[in-house]
Design a protein. Sequence first.
Length: 124
Amino acid sequence: MPLADIGPLLDCDAAPFAAALADVEQQLTARIAALAAQRDMLNRLSSGDRTLLPDRAVAMLEAMPTLGFTPEDVRTARESFVLAKALVPEGFEDYLADIEHALRNPPIRGADQAQRRSHRLGTG
């Protein structure tokens, strides 16, 4: 609750005041639970727990070396998957769909790999 809203709340009768406090408490409880879930997800990330990702994401990671991605590329992808799932869980399936599309599209994949090689050689 913003501090600016507290003044009028203090001037109201007992019933509306109690209802407003209950609402604020419910909102805070929900926010604390969401933050605790994110903290737990990030803690599991540091332990390398593969249960963080759904089978679909793990399958993509396992296929990446056969598509020419380096172990470093796979580690980076895994970290991005875990962070995306932890921070934006409602958009994670769309994120995976975008990655699957890019992996199935050789021109995009090839251009990305050429760009990385160019950057490593200092020509890009």
